[in-house]
Design a protein around this ligand. Structure first.
Ligand code: CDP
Length: 784
């Protein structure tokens, strides 16, 4: 039970306005590109026009001769310092600047440093690189073909195969398929896409020769982990490195990896003894930084003839590009893809994934996703719809028949996860009611008679967020705990410092609300600080909706530690024993005598002025929280579309999103998260793809080709909630930030396929462009 706080205190459940917006809406944010240091110079990356080519020579003299140019760094130069390659976050290595050959278009080849940004860019044009083109490999299905070129000559293993990973009971699953009355399968490609945060990646590296201290202002979702990696790879003592992530303009996983530009800026600053700024252009961001998805998946479902699912079998090919730079926990080569069993209860499943190299930008990052969970949710939600088509039953009815029932939680999934809590039927019921499902089906029937195309798409997704329990989860060996440090000042105001880093999620508001809830200090009186490794406690950062499940939990636990001490001080002030005291948010009072009380502000003052004998002064605590399990948010999304037969254009008429993230800290912020994620899901479903032609040229390397939805393309989102608290989280919350991106692509695609199902359409790959739909309509003879 969450105790209610007043609106003035603003604890859990209050939609208080975001504190950070005061500076953002006034244009007073402080992003990396706003950092201007005395004597600062600028870097620019020279990139490869080829996807696969041998580097014959690099001639830098002309560039160096341009007035204002201070240095041109090449891979050969870095090799002398043993920095030409760097480790990726997933047991691979990646070239910082190319030596020998280039492996993808836009790969980093040289780094020019000049007095100003424009001179650096002009000089980059003067760097002469001689390339010898090599055969290009873009199709992951051909990666292991004996006729394909071996891309990674640096590896001992002479193959483009990176890993094979499998989980589940293969024999039992195969048997279930043999015995099944009904089988359905879908081959679904989750296309390569890119998070495209509004602020691109960049840094200012400032090495102070006098003190030996390196300060890096960095667009980083994980400042502490990045500091440790700089120390390990660069050999600079960790105490001499300070990473500062100031305001971050969107991350979505794109700002988790370390990019060559950061390393080059650091090397340049070490070499020149001056601060070096490097900020990507939009095209550089789209073409060279961590991409997402690129999963080529087949799912098969086996079922009884009455529609009870018996087994799931999944086979996936993962295209990782030129280097395996997936940012994910080390024990999970395919991330948490094994959540692909979904919201359904069946006895057995088997899942296998193979990762391969191609001549494309590296990555495999978790774009608003808990490590491949989006791919998994999309796959199972598409597969269930295909099974419904096979069985000729309503997709809602099929889902309801197979939902894991509320009394089965904690539920052990056939692929090994322990789902903490869930009530999938409740979310479904609310969504059906809100959208008016039965009426919509009737309307669809009428429309079909008239030859009009209308579809209803349902997605009942389950997520897995809050990485993660330290016994299983680490990134490059660092356990995935997270932290909070709260210090209450004498006047009862407080500062809360975190191991996470907001990129727009509103942490400065919601962490303050957790403190308000636990201590009764008004949220307005709590300053939240993140992103400075000199002051914040060590943490693994913000991605994969882990902030609330892990650092949010740490905040509550740290606050409770403070409350314990506060109770002792209150007993001293009220001259009673601790056992006689009751707590309500903001004060301790004597049982049976509520007027005899001490507020948290009284207690804070006493913590510095009037302590019990022998007690240490101050009122503060820190907590490094190791979650006992992940949290499993879920929801039901229902999308209604109309299709224009003349153009193939899909119009999203309605979209109802019912989410369940347990107890909510700030309903308005959660709604904002849902709106943003649904808009990204819409973009992925209908507009976005980083594609390559047969020569490895990026198609989708600018916002001319890689489309972002504006308010014009974005429909009205209808949101609602059910509440199934997490039983193991200190205040029953689950993460939410990525849910809408995870759950929505399937709802959109299911709606389009549903509109065309009577024509025999079973699947359409994303992005579902008007051209693709119109081509299908033409093939089916609907339009001539
Ligand atoms: O890690 P990240 O911040 O991206 O994701 P999150 O933990 O899902 O939180 C996103 C935002 O929603 C934060 O401001 C959270 O505090 C807020 N939130 C909430 O108010 N209630 C929840 N149950 C979950 C998140």
């Amino acid at each position: 039970m969450i105790q209610q706080t007043t609106p003035e205190v603003g604890g859990m459940g209050h939609s208080i306005k975001r504190k950070e917006d005061l500076r953002f809406i006034q244009g007073k944010g402080n992003y990396v590109d706003d950092v201007h240091l005395p004597d600062m110079v600028y870097g620019h990356v020279v990139r490869s026009p080829y996807a696969h080519a041998r580097l014959k020579s690099i001639y830098t003299e002309k560039a160096k001769a341009l007035p204002g140019v201070l240095a041109v760094i090449t891979g050969e130069d870095l090799a002398k310092a043993n920095l030409a390659w760097m480790p990726t976050l997933y047991f691979d290595k990646q070239m910082v600047l190319a030596t020998g050959k280039v492996l993808f278009q836009s790969q980093e080849v040289a780094f020019v440093v000049a007095e100003d940004r424009y001179t650096a860019a002009d000089a980059a044009e003067l760097v002469e690189v001689e390339y010898e083109e090599l055969p290009v490999l873009v199709d992951p299905h051909k990666s292991t073909d004996p006729n394909s070129p071996i891309l990674r000559e640096d590896r001992e293993e002479k193959s483009n195969h990176i890993f094979h990973w499998e989980v589940g009971d293969k024999a039992a699953t195969d048997k279930a398929f043999q015995d099944a009355a009904v089988r359905a399968n879908v081959h679904a490609v989750f296309q390569r896409c890119h998070p495209a945060p509004l602020e691109t990646c960049g840094c200012v590296a400032d090495f102070n020769r006098a003190t030996g201290r390196l300060t890096v202002y960095l667009t980083s979702q994980a400042p502490h982990a990045h500091r440790t990696l700089f120390a390990l790879v660069g050999g600079i003592p960790e105490n001499n490195i300070r990473v500062v992530s100031p305001d971050i303009g969107g991350g979505f996983g794109n700002k988790v990896p370390i990019y060559p530009g950061y390393v080059c800026a650091v090397v340049a600053s070490l070499t020149l003894g001056r601060p070096v700024k490097w900020i990507e252009t939009r095209s550089e961001n789209l073409q060279s930084t961590g991409f997402a998805r690129d999963y080529h998946m087949t799912a098969e479902l086996a079922a009884d003839k009455d529609g009870k699912i018996q087994a799931l079998r999944v086979k996936t090919l993962a295209d990782h590009g030129a280097f395996n730079a997936a940012a994910q926990p080390s024990k999970f080569p395919a991330g948490l893809f094994s959540i692909c069993t979904g919201a359904y209860d069946y006895p057995t499943a088997f899942c296998e994934v193979d990762g391969v190299y191609t001549n494309k930008a590296p990555g495999g990052i978790a774009y608003r996703c808990s490590f491949r969970v989006t791919e998994a949710a999309y796959l199972i939600e598409r597969a269930v719809d295909v099974l419904a088509q096979e069985l000729k039953v309503d997709p809602v009815e099929l889902r309801q028949k197979n939902f894991i029932q509320p009394n089965k939680f904690p539920y052990k999934s056939p692929l090994g996860w322990s789902f903490d809590s869930g009530n999938y039927q409740a979310a479904m019921d609310l969504a059906l009611k809100k959208v008016g499902y039965a009426e919509l089906r009737k309307e669809q029937e009428e429309k079909r008679k008239k030859g009009e195309l209308m579809g209803i798409g349902v997605s009942s997704f389950v997520e897995i967020v809050g990485a993660g329990p330290a016994h299983t989860f680490d990134i490059v060996g660092i356990k995935m705990f997270d932290s909070a440090e709260i210090r209450v000042h004498p006047t009862g105001k407080a500062i809360c410092r975190m191991g996470t880093k907001s990129q727009g999620q509103g942490h400065e508001t919601t962490y303050a609300q957790i403190v308000a809830q636990e201590l009764g200090i008004p949220a307005a009186d709590v300053t939240v600080e993140e992103g400075d490794t000199d002051t914040a406690p060590y943490g693994l950062g913000t991605y994969a909706s882990r902030s609330t499940p892990v650092s949010g939990a740490a905040t509550a636990v740290a606050a409770r530690k403070i409350r314990e001490k506060a109770k002792k001080i209150a007993a001293h002030l009220l001259e009673c024993s601790e056992e006689d005291l009751e707590w309500e948010p903001g004060k301790f009072y004597v049982k049976g005598a509520p007027s005899k009380s001490k507020t948290i502000q009284d207690i804070a003052f006493a913590a510095y002025t009037n302590l019990p004998d022998g007690m240490e002064a101050g009122l503060e605590a820190v907590d490094y929280y190791d979650p006992p399990n992940l949290t499993f948010p879920f929801g039901t999304y229902i999308c209604v579309v109309d299709i224009d037969k003349g153009t193939g254009e899909v119009r999203v008429r309605r979209f109802v999103a019912v989410d369940d993230c347990g107890n909510v800290i700030n309903p308005m912020i959660v709604d904002g998260q849902i709106h943003g994620g649904l808009t990204e899901g819409l973009a992925i479903a209908f507009m976005q793809q980083i594609d390559y032609d047969e020569n490895g040229n990026v198609q989708g390397g600018s916002f001319m080709d890689y489309l972002l939805p504006t308010a014009v393309e974005t429909p009205h989102w209808e949101t609602d909630k059910t509440c199934t608290p997490s039983p193991h989280h200190p205040f029953g919350a689950k993460g939410v930030g990525e849910s809408p991106n995870v759950g929505s692509p399937a709802a959109f695609v299911n709606a389009v396929v549903d509109a065309l199902a009577h024509l025999g359409v079973r699947h359409i790959d994303m992005p579902v462009s008007p051209w693709k739909v119109w081509t299908i309509l033409k093939e089916k003879g609907v339009v001539s």
